[in-house]
Structures are given as structure tokens and as C-alpha cells.
Design a protein around this ligand. Structure first.
Ligand code: IPD
Ligand code: CA
Length: 266
């Protein structure tokens, strides 16, 4: 059993995270366009297929082979405890609905977290465009090796805001109502369909802000680190009172959005 105080080399963890992510991305592309084993999860609009399951199995197999003492949690059920103090948080296919419809915007997302200090490594791959987003805590964020920086300062009036909607109808109604209140105050809204890529888009300055309520740990574990390493502030954000909500933006816009949510609530 590994000594829990042992520190792994972040470079070694990142190299494995990138290799496993790329293998999962290749598996998703191999299956793209011919969906098998289609099923639903939390609601009848929340799909899962053999592609999600096969990509997660591959991630778990590759990670376990080299890091047998690490814990792994994944969207499709991976739930392995560990003794090393490291946890891999994987979303084998973020943007499953896009994948189903062959809308080319989905990702493999892999993070490594330390039990005592949180996210250490973040890797997000868009396999269709071969965009590989990476971050090691304290070392900045990169797209295919090029450093990333969030847009800042950005005013509300100029803000391009990405968001998403949960799979549960009542959640959606409240989320839609908040977006309705927000729209007159910002440049525009985008709903791309992959939280992990939305977070990387904030990091890359392709949008100015991302917020969403009801997202899961594996949706934001890697992309959140990438956005923060590119200069974003990421804090809990629940403008409609739902759980697991996050607001991610450069400092000026983050502060303006936080103030706006308070005025809407009052
Ligand atoms: C979903 C996507 C989507 C977001 C949902 C997530 P999935 O993940 O990230 O953009 O709006 O909240 O559940 O189900 O495609 O892995
Ligand atoms: Ca997801």
C-alpha cells in the first residue's frame, strides 16, 4: 500500500492523464455516428450509450494499470477507493447529447485531485478538432501547448456568456427564467452543450463567462482548474436556489455577475 504522504510527480500524472484522455477520445471517434446501447439516466432526456461506457472503461483500465493505489470516480459509475491521497475524476464523454446528434462539440475530461488540496491536474480533449486543454496547478493553462488567458476586464454589457441546463424539467424552467432576466443586460448567451468545453472556452477567451447550476463534479473538475489557471475566478453560484452551481469569469465580470444575481433575487 502506498504511503498517503507520498507526493507523485505532477508531470508523470499529467502525462498519464493526457495519454488516457487521448485513448478515450480515439474510442469516441471510432464509435461516432453509429450509436449502440442507447439508454437513459436521470431523466428521459439524459442519455448514455456504449460509447460513454467504453471510453470510461478505457480510462479506468489505463489509470488503474499505472496508479493502482489512486481512487477513481467517473460519470458512468467508476467508483474505486484508494490509499494514495490522489483521486482521478473522469467524464468520459461530456456533451453526450451533442455526440448523439453528431453536433461536433463534446469532450473527454480528466482531473487528478489531492485529498488535502484539491485539483492538481486538468486535461480536456475535444477529439473532433484535436484541441487539448491542459493545466497543472500553479503552472498556467494551455491549449495544445499555447498559454491561455481569460478576457478581463469585461463589462456586463459586452459579456458573451455560456451556460447550460440540467436534464430535469423543473430545474430547466427556473434556469430559463434566470437567463430571461439576464439577457437584456449582456451581449448574448451561448448554450454549447459541454460544460468541460465551456470552462475551457472561458480560459481561452472564446467566451467571457460560464455559469450553470446542477452540474456534477466530473463536469467541472478538469475544466475548472484550466479556467482558474487562465485567471478566472470560480465560485459557487445558485441564482435560482439550486445546488451545485458555479460562476466562472475574469475578476471584473465575475464581480458584476455576482452583484446582478443578488438584484434578481431581491
Ligand atoms: C452535460 C453537459 C452539458 C451541461 C449538463 C451536463 P453530459 O454533461 O456538460 O453541457 O449543461 O449539465 O450534465 O451529460 O453530456 O456528460
Ligand atoms: Ca458531463
Amino acid at each position: 500500500m502506498a504511503d498517503p504522504r507520498t507526493q507523485a510527480d505532477p508531470g508523470v500524472l499529467q502525462e498519464l492523464a493526457v495519454r488516457a484522455t487521448m485513448a478515450a477520445g480515439t474510442e469516441l471517434l471510432r464509435r461516432y455516428g453509429h450509436i449502440e446501447g442507447l439508454d437513459t439516466k436521470s431523466s428521459d432526456t439524459d442519455p448514455v450509450s456504449d460509447a460513454d461506457r467504453a471510453a470510461e472503461a478505457l480510462l479506468v483500465e489505463m489509470i488503474s494499470a499505472e496508479r493502482p493505489d489512486d481512487a477513481i470516480i467517473g460519470e458512468e459509475g467508476a467508483d474505486r477507493s484508494g490509499s494514495s491521497g490522489y483521486t482521478w475524476v473522469v467524464d468520459p464523454l461530456d456533451g453526450t447529447v451533442n455526440y448523439l446528434y453528431q453536433l461536433d462539440n463534446f469532450a473527454v475530461s480528466v482531473a487528478v485531485e489531492r485529498e488535502d488540496s484539491g485539483a492538481l491536474i486538468g486535461v480536456v480533449l475535444d477529439p473532433v478538432t484535436d484541441r487539448l486543454f491542459t493545466a497543472v496547478r500553479g503552472g498556467g493553462a494551455f491549449l495544445n501547448g499555447r498559454p491561455l488567458r481569460v478576457n478581463d476586464p469585461v463589462s456586463m454589457r459586452r459579456a458573451m456568456v455560456a451556460t447550460g441546463f440540467g436534464y430535469e424539467p423543473r430545474r430547466r424552467a427556473a434556469q430559463g427564467a434566470f437567463v430571461g432576466r439576464l439577457l437584456p443586460h449582456i451581449r448574448d448567451i451561448r448554450r454549447f452543450g459541454s460544460a468541460a468545453l465551456d470552462l475551457c472556452s472561458v480560459a481561452a477567451g472564446a467566451v467571457d463567462c460560464y455559469f450553470e447550476e446542477g452540474i456534477n463534479h466530473w463536469d467541472h473538475a478538469a475544466g475548472g482548474l484550466i479556467a482558474r489557471e487562465a485567471g478566472a475566478i470560480m465560485t459557487p453560484f445558485t441564482p435560482t436556489g439550486q445546488d451545485r452551481g458555479w460562476l466562472v469569469a475574469g475578476p471584473a465580470l465575475h464581480s458584476a455577475m455576482t452583484d446582478f444575481a443578488v438584484t434578481v433575487r431581491d
